[in-house]
Design a protein around this ligand. Sequence first.
Ligand SMILES: Cc1cc2nc3c(=O)[nH]c(=O)nc-3n(C[C@H](O)[C@H](O)[C@H](O)COP(=O)(O)O)c2cc1C
Length: 336
Amino acid sequence: MTPLVIPVHPAGWRLSVAPMLDWTDKHCRYFHRLLTRRTRLYTEMVTTGALMHGSVRRHLRFDEAEHPLALQLGGSEPRELALAARMGEAWGYDEINLNCGCPSERVQRGAFGACLMAEPRLVAAGVKAMRDAVRIPVTVKHRIGIDRLESYDFVRDFVGTVAEAGCAVFIVHARNAWLQGLSPKENRAVPPLRYEVAYRLKADFPDLTIVVNGGITSPDAIEAHLSRVDGAMLGREVYHRPWQMTQWDQRFYAEAASVACPDAVEAAMVAYMEREARADGTPWYPIARHMLGLRHGQRGARLWRQVWSNHQLKPLPPRAVAAMARLALETESLPS
Ligand SMILES: Cc1cc2nc3c(=O)[nH]c(=O)nc-3n(C[C@H](O)[C@H](O)[C@H](O)COP(=O)(O)O)c2cc1C
């Protein structure tokens, strides 16, 4: 088969924040974008079923500021994937990513996620259907194996088959998915990380963009990975300690740093909360929960966090909560 690969610029994938269900919703992504201009952001996984039968607006709405932004899809049926990808393109996403790495039982029952790695031809058919339907890049996020199978040939053949269908970007979560006996959380910690598999994929497929993911926790680690592959994707570390992303534009894209101080970011988030309340009636607390790590390591951060996560303050407008949080930070005591 002749590869249909559209050339992509690997710099577009140099740094990204991982798709995380219940975490990287639109509010979280807006917050992350205040910290880094260049980093690529991903939605939570949206299933094709949710788009066929649920509220498309609820699942796909985002803020223009979020670009570059990828929509991650969960599904396996090529026709539905193509329809969902077309919706994503019409809503203005920059990339469609297919989840071939999620090990949850719910996802396995739907026959997608990590169990798709055992069916590279089905994934290839899905990728081809999406490629035929949209002009934006179609990418795949996957594991390096399933269960205890540690053969490199397995993941190499998966990537080779899917690349032939037109996928030029592979995000490699560098550990196996154990489909039996581990929860999704354990599956992000127990199977050992084997970064060398991602490096070997890059060596074997030099024309593909290979992004490594899993357990990356420092700028030095990012730099080390970038000497071997095209990109690094970080999830939990930057969700809990997001401030480090303010250094990324400068260090990894040779651009000016994005923001000056956490106060300015908090003020921008309060303005965003007010806008969201006016536009959609969204309360402040599902937005604020994503920024609780903003002041990690700063004096008074714990009390500041307590104010922003205090559900008794729900009836107050966000500006009033921000004033209380500021007081807690400055006086290092909780306002009564
Ligand atoms: C709360 C949570 C939800 C996740 N949801 C998704 C998801 O929807 N799609 C996906 O491909 N991976 C999902 N993941 C996996 C992450 O994208 C990533 O591959 C994993 O956390 C390893 O990267 P890290 O060690 O940098 O966190 C999730 C991870 C977490 C912690």
